[in-house]
Design a protein around this ligand. Structure first.
Ligand code: ATP
Length: 264
């Protein structure tokens, strides 16, 4: 792998993507530095998940390119070595009696390939990451028997267990209670201070507004990208949501969008 310390984590140049004839993202440009905590937000259908899929190389731009530590996402195999992905949800059929341990180890197994067995270190790594999300006691439990929020945290442990350089999280808080949500935000914030690059798709920016380095507002194109105070302005929020979104300043001086009817 290339020397990541001196590279930009992600560079997107004029990225355009369409599902068949429907253009979902147009001419998107941005650069994300290693160690940044970035939130991507915008209305339903604005292209947030699509952008994450483009970063992983699962989807290919029809125009432009994305570089992950200098590697073009067309080289999906190399790019995936840098990435841990926490999807919106994971469908595991109840016909497969997978335990929490199996799910956390899945990512590590996929990296190693089927022919190589998991080592004692792999098991330790899986346990350590389950501990980080506060669920070490569920190691042997059936994944399908967990609550929605617990499943989300197991998926986070799986994404972290591969020791990614870049962690991508797609709506990680679905079904997660507020204390667990705050714990996840604090954990990711601490990991980014140690050099992890984290990109999180969220509908509600407020729980993480104080922790992120940058925010991106999408509406099938880039509305704004930069420090939160530059992005969350009345003008950009109107462009992103097509509605007036009030802003309220908190004691610490951050402007919080109050989504009201837009997101309930
Ligand atoms: N596989 C697909 N085939 C065709 N169209 C798709 C596909 N996936 C997404 N789309 C469309 O592309 C647009 C962007 O979808 P995407 O999931 O990226 O948006 P999003 O911002 O993540 O939305 P949400 O906030 O609702 O999760 C939407 O109009 C969606 O209907």
């Amino acid at each position: 792998m290339v020397e990541v310390e001196r590279m930009k984590a992600i560079v997107a140049e004029d990225v355009t993507f369409a599902y068949d004839t429907k253009t979902v993202l147009s001419d998107v440009n941005f650069e994300i530095e290693k160690g940044e905590f970035v939130a991507i937000t915008g209305a339903n259908g604005s292209g947030k998940t699509t952008l994450l899929r483009l970063i992983t190389g699962i989807l290919k731009p029809i125009k432009g390119k994305i570089l992950v530590f200098g590697v073009d996402t067309n080289d999906r195999e190399r790019v995936q070595k840098y990435i841990g992905l926490m999807p919106q949800k994971e469908h595991i059929s109840s016909n497969f009696p997978l335990s929490v341990k199996d799910v956390v180890l899945m990512g590590l197994s996929a990296r190693k390939g089927v022919e190589r067995k998991l080592s004692r270190e792999d098991i330790e790594l899986a346990k350590e990451n389950l501990r980080l999300v506060g669920l070490e006691s569920l190691w042997d439990r059936r994944f399908n028997e967990l609550s929605g929020g617990q499943r989300q945290r197991v998926l986070l442990a799986r994404a972290l267990a591969v020791k990614p350089e870049i962690l991508l999280l797609d709506e990680p808080f679905n079904g997660v209670d507020v204390p667990s949500q705050n714990r996840i935000i604090d954990l990711i914030y601490e990991l980014t201070r140690d050099g992890l690059t984290a990109i999180m798709v969220v509908h509600n920016i407020n729980p993480l507004l104080h922790k992120i380095d940058k925010a991106m507002l999408l509406r099938n194109r880039m509305i704004a990208f930069g420090k939160p105070e530059e992005v969350f302005t009345s003008k950009y929020l109107f462009e992103a949501y097509g509605a007036e979104i009030p802003l309220i300043s908190c004691e610490e001086g951050c402007r919080h969008p109050i989504y009201g009817d837009v997101h309930g």
